[in-house]
Design a protein around this ligand. Structure first.
Ligand code: HEC
Ligand code: HEC
Length: 205
């Protein structure tokens, strides 16, 4: 019993994140439906699907998006539409919404045939000559990322949204990536690389 109490209190002290509730998150997601879809799969390519994304990643983005607003774009992640949506959320709301979206199944998506080969090369091997790190090193062979490392799931995501994010990382408009991990990769990508990669990850399950 003593051991159990010790373990439980250790776990509790390790967790700096609020515990999210899927039920509560579902109730709070009504204002998100218009852009992110009724089941977390958005219908428009410029809005990211949130279904099946890692909870910790979603929570971090919501914190960063709110910080982007409160800091006037100096810190966090600033987007004129989404930062405003994150403003009213408190930490518990963010944890609940993250738990809810993480629990939903991501809709099926595909990779167009004409980008498979070029996409696969860049994704899995990078380009040593141009100093481009392989995406696979962080986002994994199936594009699923890893919850604990904070690497997001990128497979199944809309090409339009992925393209926009790679461009934002490249110009530094999005700079909430720890140690500039994504900016370092993205700044070496050409428009063509971005076009190919953003379509390639769609079907990479
Ligand atoms: C009016 C449309 C709109 C509404 C409503 C909206 N969002 Fe968003 N959301 C966006 C856009 C646009 C982006 C992409 C921002 C960018 O390009 O950086 C985004 C991005 C996100 C991201 C980051 C996803 C990623 O893969 O990095 C999360 C998480 C998110 N929204 C959650 C929510 C939640 C939770 C709600 C409801 C409280 C919500 N959104 C309501 C438009 C919206
Ligand atoms: C060194 C590790 C690393 C490498 C290599 C890497 N990424 Fe990332 N990537 C990250 C991290 C970390 C984030 C999330 C940053 C944050 O916390 O907002 C990210 C975010 C992204 C996002 C945004 C996801 C979203 O939902 O908004 C896309 C798209 C992406 N990466 C694509 C790629 C592609 C394509 C490559 C290869 C050219 C690549 N990444 C290489 C670590 C990496």
């Amino acid at each position: 019993m003593k051991k159990l109490v010790l373990i439980v209190s250790l776990l509790a002290s390790c967790s700096v994140w609020a515990q999210g509730s899927i039920e509560a998150g579902k109730a709070k997601s009504q204002t998100c439906v218009a852009c992110h879809g009724a089941d977390g799969n958005s219908l428009l390519g410029m809005y990211p699907s949130l279904a099946g994304q890692h909870a910790k990643y979603i929570e971090k983005q919501l914190k960063d998006l709110k910080l982007g607003m409160t800091s006037g774009g100096k810190q966090g992640r600033y987007d004129p539409v989404m930062s405003g949506m994150a403003m009213p959320l408190n930490e518990q709301d963010m944890a609940d919404l993250a738990a809810y979206y993480a629990s939903l199944p991501l809709a099926h998506n595909t990779t167009p045939e004409n980008v498979v080969e070029q996409g696969k090369n860049l994704y899995a091997a990078g380009d040593a000559e141009r100093g481009i790190a392989a995406c696979i090193a962080c986002h994994g062979p199936r594009g699923n990322g890893t919850e604990l490392s904070g690497f997001p799931k990128i497979s199944g995501q809309h090409a339009d949204y992925v393209k926009l994010q790679l461009e934002k990382f490249r110009d530094g408009n999005r700079n909430n990536d720890m140690n500039a991990m994504m900016r370092d990769v993205a700044k070496k990508l050409t428009d063509e690389d971005i076009d190919v990669l953003s379509k390639y990850v769609g079907g990479l399950h």
